[in-house]
Design a protein around this ligand. Structure first.
Ligand code: NDP
Ligand code: MG
Length: 383
């Protein structure tokens, strides 16, 4: 178990649940970060007494300094502050739960400082998988998955003795609020309809990603990097009830699944306590009350973001960074009411296709440039 944590994005959905876990396990919180939510951050500082806090937004940081002057806790701002929190000396694990590509540089900073990583921030691996996994290997750092599907696979993999016997990963997907709908029924869906997820309560960006199923596309790429698997050996199955969190298949066609109620505190806790397990506040799974567990083939045509991501990881290079960057921008525009729901998939597809193939090893600046270019592409291609 990692007793000393730095939590990036502590005010978000995953961040606050990670603090629930920390409170119950009696862990020490060494550093916390947020973008601008100083109200919640102040509460967290008063309860957990971290040594260091970073707030990306400069005005919010000034405000927080005034509000918490009595605590004497150091507060920094900007990307420098975020990276300092990621690499905070007295922390032994950094839990990255910021949303978006902004998490990439701090993930690398934490790895360079040899902190174990609990990773919720999937965009980090999607865009920068090659450099993040190489840096983790070089520094002898483990990346422990927080994403529920990847945690499920990781838990199932504990039963594997030889990687050669692993045939396939099967990611489950709830299908989101628009399961079964066709493209014509999706053109006019509203922000509120898209934010109404059937089984999980999450931050805004990932909730939209679940509605477009970009989230599952991102997770295919995330799984390819985390578990060193070929994209063609990673499948998706729709599972409406979100009880089976993912599965692995061996060469003898034996399949292992991890199950439980849909509550992120189980995967968050397992990343922190691995390889040990401790009691958790999450309820027991009562299978007799589940009525049915249903499974369906995904609709890759309607939910094209999934196909774009599969193609992006197959092509490699900067394609995943471009798809991810375009999606982040498109989701922002959709939430701001500037584009329609189905425009998201069209823009992600067009931005990924506009990317040219890159040969050889990638650098951080190439990845950041591809991300920026994809966002600009989206802005200039709004209908
Ligand atoms: P939220 O939007 O709820 O929280 C995001 C956190 O990141 C907040 O603390 C926010 O601060 C901070 N943040 C936002 N923008 C910036 C920025 N530009 N610079 C620095 N910090 C920033 O997101 P979630 O908790 O839902 O998701 C976090 C990550 O975990 C995502 O990558 C998501 O895909 C992944 N994930 C989430 C799951 C979930 O159940 N929520 C499940 C699996 C994965 P502030 O509050 O001040 O805005
Ligand atoms: Mg997930």
């Amino acid at each position: 178990m990692y007793n000393n944590l730095s939590i990036l994005g502590s005010t978000g959905s995953i961040g606050t649940q990670a603090l629930d876990v920390a409170r119950l396990l009696g862990l020490n919180i060494k550093a916390l970060t947020a973008n601008s939510n100083v109200g919640r951050l102040e509460e967290q500082m008063r309860e957990f007494k971290p040594e260091f806090v970073a707030v990306t937004d400069e005005n919010a940081a000034k405000d927080l300094k005034v509000r918490t002057a009595d605590l004497g806790i150091e507060i920094d701002t900007g990307m420098d502050g975020l990276c300092r929190a990621a690499a905070w000396d007295s922390a032994d694990m950094t839990l990255n739960s910021v949303v978006g590509m902004v998490g990439l540089t701090p993930t690398l900073a934490a790895i360079e400082a040899k902190k174990e990583i609990a990773l919720a921030n999937k965009e980090t691996l999607v865009a920068g998988g090659s450099i993040v996994t190489a840096a983790a290997k070089k520094n002898g750092v483990n990346i422990l998955p927080v994403d529920s599907e990847h945690s499920a696979i990781f838990q199932c993999l504990q039963a594997m003795h030889d990687k050669k016997t692993l045939k396939r990963l099967i990611l489950t997907a709830s299908g989101g609020p628009f399961f079964g709908k066709k493209i014509d029924q999706l053109r006019n869906v509203t922000r509120e309809q898209a934010l109404n997820h059937p089984t999980w309560s999450m931050g805004g960006k990932i909730t939209i990603d679940s509605a477009t199923m970009m989230n599952k596309g991102l997770e295919i790429i995330e799984a390819a990097w985390l578990f060193d698997m070929k994209p063609e050996d990673i499948d998706v199955v729709i599972h409406r009830e979100s009880i089976v969190h993912s599965l692995i298949e061996f060469c003898d066609n034996s399949v292992l699944a991890q199950m439980g109620l849909p509550d992120m505190r189980i995967p968050i806790q397992y990343a922190i306590t691995y390889p040990m397990r401790y009691p958790s506040p999450v309820g027991q799974l009562d299978l007799a009350k589940c009525v049915a567990l249903s499974f369906y083939t995904p609709d890759y045509e309607t939910f094209k973001c999934m196909s774009v991501c599969k193609e992006a990881i197959r092509k490699g290079g900067l394609f995943p960074a471009a798809a991810n960057g375009a999606n982040e921008k498109a989701v922002e525009l959709f939430l701001a009411g500037k584009i329609g729901f189905t425009d998201i998939g069209d823009l992600v597809e067009a931005a990924a296709n506009a990317q040219s193939r890159t040969q050889g090893e990638l650098t951080l600046s190439q990845i950041l440039d591809a991300d920026k270019a994809a966002r600009e592409f989206v802005e200039t291609h709004i209908k």
